[in-house]
Each structure stands twice: as structure tokens, then as C-alpha cells.
Design a protein around this ligand. Structure first.
Ligand code: FE2
Ligand code: FE2
Length: 249
């Protein structure tokens, strides 16, 4: 039996909510502007400049989808709890940026988009999502390539990036736990199933892919999560291993 589909008739509210949050995500993508300062060479700077154009185009496409689903132009702000849980996930060093924002953050978004492409019964929405997903795959591939190069042979960087991943994974698990009953009560069965699948299947898949990218076993470790988050937040001076790469313009 095929999986139940989301339709505009039954899931308009949820789809509008998702597209509004996707617009927030695309604005986060504009932080690529800051990352330009850290680009190690002209090729990387060129990629970021093209990516900024992509993200602006995506924000406009999501705005079209939001207006199409919500039938209003007024985009509601992100709920405070969601903002609080998800921030800060933007890396400040080149390696952190390529890993957190591109290889990990954009991967999460792409997984949600792919789930929607499979389950939404609306040609306009699916076509828009497919066009955006194509660009997002190139952003993730660039993030992966730079992450691999940035890790090099460093065991410390592997440890550190996996610790940062655990923090993001923890935040998403918490977001799901806090919203699960609300999702089940408020949305259609198809929508609740989509979100549950996303937070379980996609989460497991991302875990495997990130462990492979970083080159570590996919293991949970609370102390690693805390230590790496501490290093991230206070930028411990002992961590000379986390310098930006030398520029070769
Ligand atoms: Fe995007
Ligand atoms: Fe992107």
C-alpha cells in the first residue's frame, strides 16, 4: 500500500509553516557573506558568491510557495523555542562553517525537502522543491570536500567535528520530543507520519553519513558533546589546531 500523501486541502497549515521556516533557513544561508572573508582561495570565494545568489533565489521561491500555501503574504516569525534550540549552529572558522552550515545543516534541510518531494501531492510544490534540491546538493558536496580537506590527518579535528555534530543531533532530538504530541494532535495522519519518519529515518541516515565523512564511529558521548561545545563557545586558546587555512589568493 502506498504511503498517504500530504495535500493542500488537509495540510495547508503545516506546509505554510515549513516554507516559512525554509525562508529563515535561506536567510541563514546569506551568512555565506561572512564566510567569504575566510575563503582560503579564489575558487572557494567564487563558489560562495554563487551560493549567495542561489540562496537569494531559493528565498524568493519559498516565498512563492508560502504565499501559494498560506494564501497570505505575511510570513510569521519563527517560534522562540525553535530559534533557541537551533542556535547557534553557524560555524565561525572555515572548517566549522563548511562542516556545520554546509555538510550538516544543508543536509538536514535537503533530507526534509526529499521527504516532502516524495509525499506532497502537488505538482507546483514538488517542482519548486526539486529545483532547489539540485542546488543544495552542490552546496553540500562543496562542504564535504572542504571538510575532508580541513580534517586532513588530524585526530583532534575528527573528535571536535563529531562533538559538534552530537550537539546538533541532540537539539533536533529535543525539538522532536517537545513537538511530537503537538504534531500528532494538530496535523493529518500523513503529516504526522512524515515528521516522525523524518526525525527517525533521516536522522539515522545523516548520522551514518556524517560519521563516514568525519571518519569516526557513530557513537554518542555526552562528555564529548560538552567539551566540543565549550571549545566552540569560548574558543579555547589551546586549540591552535583550529586555525583558518592560510589564504592562497
Ligand atoms: Fe538554499
Ligand atoms: Fe544551500
Amino acid at each position: 500500500m502506498g504511503r498517504a500523501k500530504l495535500t493542500l486541502e488537509t495540510d495547508r497549515e503545516l506546509l505554510a509553516f515549513i516554507f516559512a521556516r525554509f525562508i529563515d533557513g535561506e536567510f541563514t544561508g546569506l551568512k555565506e557573506g561572512y564566510a567569504l572573508n575566510r575563503a582560503p582561495n579564489l575558487e572557494a570565494a567564487d563558489f560562495l558568491a554563487r551560493q549567495i545568489r542561489d540562496e537569494i533565489r531559493h528565498a524568493n521561491m519559498y516565498r512563492t510557495l508560502y504565499e501559494y500555501t498560506a494564501a497570505t503574504k505575511k510570513i510569521p516569525p519563527s517560534p522562540r523555542l525553535l530559534t533557541l534550540i537551533m542556535a547557534p549552529v553557524t560555524g565561525r572558522l572555515w572548517l566549522e562553517h563548511c562542516f556545520l552550515d554546509k555538510a550538516l545543516g544543508e543536509r538536514w534541510v535537503l533530507c526534509l525537502m526529499e521527504t516532502l518531494i516524495e509525499t506532497v501531492d502537488d505538482r507546483k510544490i514538488v517542482n519548486h522543491l526539486k529545483a532547489i534540491a539540485k542546488d543544495e546538493r552542490t552546496h553540500i558536496a562543496f562542504g564535504e570536500e572542504q571538510t575532508r580537506a580541513g580534517i586532513g590527518q588530524s585526530a583532534f579535528r575528527r573528535f571536535y567535528l563529531w562533538g559538534l555534530y552530537l550537539r546538533v543531533d541532540f537539539a533536533l532530538a529535543l525539538a522532536f520530543r517537545l513537538t511530537r504530541s503537538l504534531i500528532q494532535k494538530r496535523y493529518s495522519t500523513a503529516a504526522a507520519a512524515l515528521l516522525t519518519d523524518f526525525f527517525s529515518d533521516a536522522r539515522a541516515r545523516i548520522r551514518r553519513e556524517i560519521a563516514e565523512l568525519v571518519g569516526v564511529p557513530a557513537r554518542n558521548s555526552l562528555w564529548q558533546l560538552f567539551i566540543c561545545q565549550l571549545i566552540f563557545l569560548i574558543r579555547l586558546p589551546c586549540v591552535g589546531w583550529l586555525r583558518n587555512p592560510r589564504k592562497t589568493f
